[in-house]
Design a binder for this molecule. Structure first.
Ligand code: KE4
Length: 429
């Protein structure tokens, strides 16, 4: 595969941008080699600047649930751009997006729009601290909630990939207020709650995607809900990845567990920068300008990004059948992968939640960060590149999720399975 232009541009990029990328996970450091610079995406496909075409199983890390630039998003953006991009003043479009989110996400009565998942989660924690008048938060090892200081303690995603789950630059004075529990281990939560009376919130990815996909087991979320209710702790579901992805109402709808606050991103921007945090009215009304908790953003709710998000959510709202189609596509892919593993007598762990999944190169069950870390990341890197050479674009880290979209066809899924069989033959025979 010729990637001369990506190689050339990457060298230039590294002169102007740290690591040559604007988000670390893109740098291919976990799998080696040169990150491909992408020229365009359409539907389930992306094309790099050397002209190589791939079936895309990353989808910009989750936003593209309908595929790249669906017609409804393109026309919404083109229509809005005729009227301008951002005014620093309220617009009807942002009211309509907020209304859709409140209608579609079970626990959300009010919502504030921001520009990224990180802004959403950091704002939700500030609000929780103000509402409860307490300072500590509990997060889970391996979960990633964006790069807000308080979260860069035992974080997942790129922080995990690069082995800096606790980042330098986070003052101890702040890090001490972040307590870390183990995903799926309710006793680790009980212990922290018993020994700390200053806990404002527990924040969790209800289905983890940032240590690879890890689903809650043994009524873990229900038990978290009870602990929070009994101890006046706010439960924050970080649904930046799972929101509108694994169900129309996200993980909270799938599991029937209502958090006090929910954070959103990715899908709700339709590929443009939109984040959101929302929840109970009595909590949200604490936010400026009504309440004393300050939070702001120049481009928050800007009509261009919001138009894209509104188009996606309106389509999903009017076409709930897409989740059935997504489940069928995802099941077809899962069955094909399991058949490939069986044919090579490999009992690797495949965790799937709806249209997001991770194939862990370990035979251990993966239920938390420690078990995820038993995966063979070198083997994953070989697998990644061999699939890439065959036109399959996978996450460039073992500790990320594959995302299927509504635009992936049955033929493309069968092609993935065929290519994976060839790669397993090379790796394991
Ligand atoms: P952003 O600030 O990157 O928009 O969102 C942060 C965030 C918050 N919460 C969850 C559950 C998330 O998955 C994310 C971001 N996800 C990663 C992918 N695993 C973003 C990819 C990247 O960092 O480039």
């Amino acid at each position: 595969m010729k990637i001369d232009y990506s190689v050339k541009i990457f060298e230039e990029a590294k002169k102007y941008i740290p690591g040559g990328v604007n988000s670390p996970v893109r740098a291919f450091k976990a799998v080696g080699g040169t990150p491909l610079f992408i020229r365009r995406g359409l539907g389930s496909r992306i094309v790099d600047i050397d002209g190589n075409e791939f079936i895309d199983f990353v989808g910009s890390w989750g936003p593209h649930i309908l595929g790249h630039i669906p017609k409804i998003v393109k026309s919404a953006i083109l229509e809005q751009i005729e009227n301008g991009t951002s005014f620093g003043a309220p617009t009807v479009q942002e009211v309509r997006l907020a209304q859709l989110i409140c209608e579609m996400v079970p626990s959300v009565e009010m919502v504030r729009l921001v520009n990224s998942g990180t802004e959403a989660t950091m704002s939700a924690v500030r609000l929780a601290r103000a509402f409860t008048r307490k300072n500590k938060i509990i997060k889970f090892a391996g979960c990633y909630h964006g790069h807000f200081d308080s979260f860069l303690v035992s974080a997942g995603s790129g922080a995990l990939t690069f082995g800096v789950p606790t980042s330098p630059g986070v003052p101890e004075s702040l890090a001490k207020d972040t307590l870390v529990a183990r995903f799926n281990d309710i006793d680790s939560v009980y212990t922290l709650v018993k020994n700390n009376h200053d806990i404002a919130a527990i924040i969790i990815e209800p289905i983890a995607g940032n240590m690879g996909v890890v689903t809650p087991i043994n009524n873990f979320l229900e038990k978290l809900r009870d602990i929070c209710t009994e101890n006046s702790i706010l439960l924050i579901f970080d649904e930046v990845m799972t929101g509108f992805r694994i169900a129309m109402g996200g993980a909270q709808q799938k599991f029937g567990v209502l958090p006090d606050l929910t954070t959103l991103g990715k899908v709700i921007g339709g590929g443009l920068p939109v984040g959101a945090f929302g929840g109970k009215r009595e909590i949200m009304e604490l936010l400026a300008p009504n309440g004393p908790v300050y939070q702001a953003g120049t481009l928050s709710g800007n009509p261009l990004a919001v138009s894209a998000g509104q188009a996606i959510l309106k389509f999903i709202h009017d076409n709930p059948h897409i989740y059935i189609a997504l489940e069928n596509k995802s099941k077809l892919l899962e069955d094909g992968i399991r058949e490939n593993l069986r044919r090579f007598n490999k009992n690797f762990t495949l965790n799937r939640a709806g249209s997001m999944f991770t194939l862990f190169f370990t035979e251990k069950l993966v239920v938390d960060l420690d078990s995820a870390m038993t995966a063979d990341t070198q083997l994953y890197a070989q697998y990644f590149h061999k699939m890439l050479e065959r036109g399959i674009y996978l996450p460039c880290s073992q500790f990320e999720a594959v995302f299927l979209s509504y635009s992936h066809t049955e033929e493309e899924i069968k092609h993935f399975i065929k290519m994976q069989y060839e790669v397993f033959k090379e790796l394991f025979e």
